[in-house]
Design a protein around this ligand. Structure first.
Ligand SMILES: [Zn+2]
Ligand SMILES: [Zn+2]
Length: 434
């Protein structure tokens, strides 16, 4: 909680953005009410020397806006069973909206960090912010060419949320329209996250609905206007890879003309053939209901053979309607992994967990922290099955990712990393003895 130490009438304003003018009228009214209530409370209960007058109310309104826009949530690992992830309840759950947050994080405070406020947001950040107690640490997670801005994520990232929801969140929460690389350039995750699959045999193209098409077109036009600054050889290589991946699922968006007629809802963006969107959506929605039931059964520890077999056939329906990189498929595979784990079928659980991770690697990147978090689950399953050799490899990948995000502090930030490393060593030693 922020402590108001001393606020004199002539105190210097904090040199931070407040975006007050961009706030919608209802938010402004809310701030005015907060300011009045706060000052009256200070006056009545703390004998504050502030005068109850317009200029002071206005100052407090700006201060509250600054806190809202600039404060950062201080997080740390949840304390329960951090040393043993396999004991955590819901260990295999895939909380869709918090996938990029570190495994089982809890908010423990809120703070203003003047140096932290200098960083702009990006939905494809190149730095990672984390806390040791109240100290904010910031670390680059990728090669950043000189002259390139360092950007952190204030919330949803590419691969986690789609373009529309990211934009809405940032507008509501921070009153800005995001124009980061992820929001102004075509990228694979935004194309596939909610995409349907093309009905044509062996076509890997994506099929988008009206809304997705509208946003992709918007991005496409912006792409034409945005000059590519800071373009280095490394970046050009990354862009080429990205371009190739997009081509693999949506080559038609590059065959542009002035009005991009090739991008149409229901049409495959690779082969151009039309698809029945209504049918695809109905199939996906119906299959999804079985996964909701399975998730409930997992939560209440009541997974039956019948539910599992229904979910397995629903998985095939889901695969027939959704693109192979659609996030819903990753979630379905993860729920199945969890369900098989709960009935002791470890090999099946590992197989489904592995497929889920493969999709997440496409949605984020193979070295993203969200993938690291899923590898924790996979290594726990491999250890439970007694497959130490596979677990060694998984723990090594996990270690690389977490070290990239937190350096030497990775063991501090992710206490289960130490636990899993220890478990792997034990299992290997046991294997040698027997
Ligand atoms: Zn963005
Ligand atoms: Zn196609």
């Amino acid at each position: 909680m922020m402590k108001l130490v001393e606020l004199k009438e002539d105190s210097k304003d904090l040199d931070l953005f407040h975006h007050y003018v961009h706030l919608p009228p209802e938010s402004k009214v809310e701030l005015h009410v907060y300011s009045i209530v706060l000052l009256y409370c200070l006056h009545s209960y703390y004998r504050s020397k502030f005068k109850l007058q317009g200029a002071i109310f206005a100052k407090v309104i700006i201060l509250i806006s600054q806190i809202k826009v600039n404060s950062m949530a201080i997080v740390r690992m949840k304390s329960s069973d951090v040393s043993n992830p396999s004991k955590q309840s819901g260990n295999l759950s895939l909380p869709g909206d918090s996938m990029t947050s570190n495994f089982e994080q809890a908010r423990v405070g809120q703070g203003i960090y003047l140096s932290g406020s200098v960083f702009n947001h990006s939905c494809m950040p190149n730095v990672h912010a984390y806390f040791i107690s109240r100290t904010l640490l910031i670390r680059a997670t990728e090669y950043v060419p000189s002259g390139c801005p360092l950007e952190m994520s204030y919330g949803p990232q590419v691969g986690q949320w789609d373009y529309r929801n990211r934009q809405q969140f940032l507008l509501d929460r921070y009153t800005f329209k995001c124009q980061c690389n992820g929001c102004t350039r075509a990228n694979l995750p935004d194309l596939v996250l909610n995409a349907f699959r093309c009905a044509k045999v062996n076509c890997f193209g994506v099929v988008l609905d009206d809304t997705m098409v509208e946003y992709e077109k918007h991005k496409y036009y912006h792409l034409q206007e945005t000059p590519k600054d800071h373009s280095t050889e490394h970046q050009r290589e990354v862009e080429k890879l990205m371009h190739d991946e997009i081509k693999n699922v949506a080559c038609l968006i590059f065959e542009h003309s002035n009005h991009c007629p090739e991008i149409q809802s229901g049409c495959c963006l690779k082969c151009g053939s039309p698809n029945d969107l209504k049918y695809l959506r109905a199939t996906a929605d119906e299959a999804d209901t079985y996964f909701r039931s399975l998730q409930e059964a997992v939560n209440s520890n009541d997974v039956s053979a019948g539910l599992l077999s229904n979910a397995l056939s629903s998985l095939n329906d889901l695969k027939s309607a959704l693109h192979s990189y659609n996030k819903k498929l990753a979630e379905a595979e993860d729920i199945l992994a969890e369900a098989f784990c709960s009935v002791g079928e470890m090999q099946q659980a590992i197989d489904h967990c592995t497929i889920s991770i493969q999709i997440l690697k496409k949605l984020y990147s193979p070295g993203h922290i969200a993938v690291g978090n899923e590898l924790v689950k996979l290594s726990s399953l491999q250890l439970a099955l007694g497959d130490a050799a596979a677990a060694v490899d998984t723990v090594r990948q996990m270690d690389t990712i977490f070290s990239n995000y937190c350096g030497k502090q990775a063991v501090l930030m992710f206490p289960y990393l130490k636990y899993l490393k220890g478990e792997v060593v034990h299992k290997l030693a046991d294997g040698r003895k027997s």
